[in-house]
Design a protein around this ligand. Sequence first.
Ligand SMILES: Cc1cc2nc3c(=O)[nH]c(=O)nc-3n(C[C@H](O)[C@H](O)[C@H](O)COP(=O)(O)OP(=O)(O)OC[C@H]3O[C@@H](n4cnc5c(N)ncnc54)[C@H](O)[C@@H]3O)c2cc1C
Length: 497
Amino acid sequence: MKNQEEKLEECRSHVESLLARKGHAGLQETSYPSQSLNFLKRLQGIPQRFDKVPKLNRDASHQNEPPREAAVKLKIIIAGAGLGGLAAAIALRRRGHEVTVFEKAPELGEVGAGIQVPPNSCRLLERWGLRPYLQGKAVEPDAIRLRRWQNGEVLSHTKLVPEFEENFEAPYYVVHRANLQLAMYELAASLGVRVRVNAGVRSYNAEATSVVLENGETHHADLIVAADGVKSEARRVVLGGQDQPPQQCGYAAYRAMVNTDLMRADPEISWLLDIPGQNLWVGEGRHVMAYSIAGGKSFNMVLSHPEDSDPSTWNQNSVLEDMKRHFEGWDPCLVKIISLIRTTLKWPLLSGKPLPRWLSSSGNLLIIGDAAHSMVPYMSEGAAMAVEDGAALAEILSLIESPSELRSALQVFERHRILRTGQMQEASLVNGKLWHFADGPEQEARDAAMRSKVAGDVEESPNQFSDPVTAQWTYGYDAEVEIREAWNEIRARTSTP
Ligand SMILES: Cc1cc2nc3c(=O)[nH]c(=O)nc-3n(C[C@H](O)[C@H](O)[C@H](O)COP(=O)(O)OP(=O)(O)OC[C@H]3O[C@@H](n4cnc5c(N)ncnc54)[C@H](O)[C@@H]3O)c2cc1C
């Protein structure tokens, strides 16, 4: 059995290979539990892989209890009030730490688009008490339907209701980002988190555990958590001055919202709104993910397409026409919806590789969220990983019994989370390969293997949302339970004479 470092090395080399190689090259194996590539192995005549469905790791005795107060109460500064920073703030404050969040922007404002909240993050957010703050804002899609690019034929159908809630003990939501961020802010504020906007961190002093804000103020703490996003300045500090920023992965996305009144007026596309489902059209080098948000008032779309050029050269004035050209000849229903898009933003899709560390050598500055593990959005798990980071951090810090254990707890957190999020970076890149086959033998083998799932056979699927092994690993994961076990194991090992 591979140890944690061997697994991480394997994951790192897979991510590098998936990023470096075009087409479906690099798709032979995954470092995470999955049977989604067996169809390719059958096609290539190489041995298939049969993983066990990972166990659903639950500690029912803790689920309904009030959160355990940390024995060692810390003063914690968080940089960034995105979904990652707010999740960490909520999770840490619940354990009794003093938490201040400094946000650079003059006001909270996520990009105007939707976001999926899968069960592995939804379970944590609900455990923390977010549900009332999201009342009436979240939509629960019935299923994810993977469709053929040309005619919209359903290739695979992942039932979310009631299956996901039953299997993973939490629903799968889609929601407007601004609504989710506001709900998280309100919950954080109600718990006593201080959030200061217009308060960008100008510099991090990892030795002194302090930050200097743009206005010149200096603030000290016991721990600084930087959730400052993909362009993180803290990451450079943590990596000793040599940043390892995420890289372009050969794709960009148009993000857009369609007014659902326009869709309802057209019987050829109005049926897509009858059931609040997610639809994913897949074709050569491109795909479109779409679902309704804001209680059904808007139809959110992410249109991924090949793009290698430097984002600074993009002309946002011609993106609407460029976008339409990319999807010419696709399913007429989809083309019709795209014709209703009035404005769009072209967004670079970046992926990092598992970093060597998230914790500064001083042990006082930690990066989480996109700063630490940005990924392409093809598993819809980027923010979910940031929520898991916050959960795992608060849980492990609640288990230490003296300040002298802080550093080792942060190191256990770091090793554990780099592996989990690195494997999710890999799974996201794998989806990019699986969805983008040109029509031909691989695509035919994939579609045939997916169709068997439509017919009710659930043994394995190239649709990673449906493949039982991948799904359990992704959605069944409980970040609080997992990190508690990791910490207890280390403790047991180090205290054994
Ligand atoms: C097209 C697309 C679709 C996606 N869909 C999904 C999805 O469906 N589900 C999902 O889970 N994830 C999804 N993601 C990923 C998700 O959006 C990100 O992983 C997540 O928003 C990252 O949150 P974060 O808080 O780490 O970073 P950010 O959201 O980037 O937040 C960073 C915050 O830090 C602030 N900041 C930066 N520098 C400083 C500073 N010096 N001082 C103070 N504040 C600072 C910024 O202003 C910002 O508010 C998607 C991503 C894309 C691109």
